[in-house]
Design a protein around this ligand. Structure first.
Ligand code: DGL
Length: 274
């Protein structure tokens, strides 16, 4: 039975667009409502309880728009609140951590996996728990590094400056010394910095972002739940933010491919106050 309802996707800002891109690649017929909580970004330095409250609130907001599935396209929110979000809504919920951990398990040859993310994600230990669940024998060693300033660069639209490359050299030094062969980009903003991260880490390190793996999990959930849209007519893609709508629209068009320009919905003004 076709299901024309949109997929709901959220992040603290524009990082979740990396997941949207992957979903659109594998499910081009699906409608999407994206919510970037730019009015309360960044999540990284916030306590996990606060991120949990935000995530449950946003899931409710998406549900009011009749979404059929929710993607928590934010590692910090997935780390802090995936079970709570799942328990608070009557639709399937997909997070970004487990799909990335599965991909890292497959990718590593030397068993040394680097993880970079926000302070909240690293502090939560959620990645370590996901590895432990999939690899109880502990054959993989995780070396984690918080990179708080990376998100600021992305939210400024800066993916190439000298300052960014300097920050990358500093954050990634420990991971180079640790000889990781696989690096999880454990924040959905970081795939926009893939060039800078690759420049520092070199060709021999596999960079893994959760976008493709999460899009696969969304695909599986739609098929197994009989939730595919499968109807004619163009899908609708709406991008909302809780912060400055013009700035958000500029960043969305900057980071998504040009064909999205005509597909932007009208970003909402502040959906709620802090
Ligand atoms: N993009 C988010 C993540 O994946 C959070 C960035 C932030 O707001 O600090 O963790």
């Amino acid at each position: 039975m076709p299901d024309a309802r949109p997929i709901g996707v959220f992040d603290s800002g524009v990082g979740g667009l990396t997941v949207v891109r992957a979903i659109v690649d594998s499910l081009p017929g699906e409608s999407i409502v994206y919510f970037g909580d730019t009015g309360r970004y960044p999540y990284g330095p916030r306590p996990l309880e606060e991120i949990r409250d935000f995530a449950v609130q946003i899931a409710q907001h998406l549900l009011e728009q009749d979404v059929k599935l929710i993607v928590v396209a934010c590692n910090s929110a997935t780390a802090a609140a995936l079970p709570e979000v799942s328990a608070s809504v009557p639709v399937p919920v997909v997070g970004v951590i487990e799909p990335a951990v599965r991909a890292a398990m497959r990718a590593t040859a030397n068993g040394r996996v680097g993880l970079i993310g926000t302070e909240a994600t690293v502090r939560s230990g959620a990645y370590q728990r996901a590895f432990q669940a999939l690899d109880p024998a502990g054959t993989v060693e995780i070396i984690a590094q918080a990179c708080p300033r990376f998100v600021e660069f992305v939210e400024r639209g800066d993916t190439t400056s000298h300052e960014l490359l300097q920050a990358a050299e500093g954050y990634l030094a420990l991971l180079r010394v640790a000889s990781v062969d696989t690096l999880i980009l454990g924040c959905t903003h970081y795939p926009f910095l893939r060039g800078a991260i690759h420049h520092v880490m070199g060709d021999d390190v596999v960079l893994l972002s959760s976008g493709d793996a999460t899009a696969n999990a969304v695909y599986d959930a739609l098929v197994s739940g009989d939730l595919l849209r499968e109807t004619g007519g163009p899908p609708q893609r709406t991008f909302e933010s809780s912060g400055d709508p013009d700035r958000f629209a500029t960043l969305v068009t900057h980071f998504l491919n040009p064909q999205f320009r005509g597909a932007l919905g009208v970003p909402l003004l502040s959906v709620w106050e802090d």
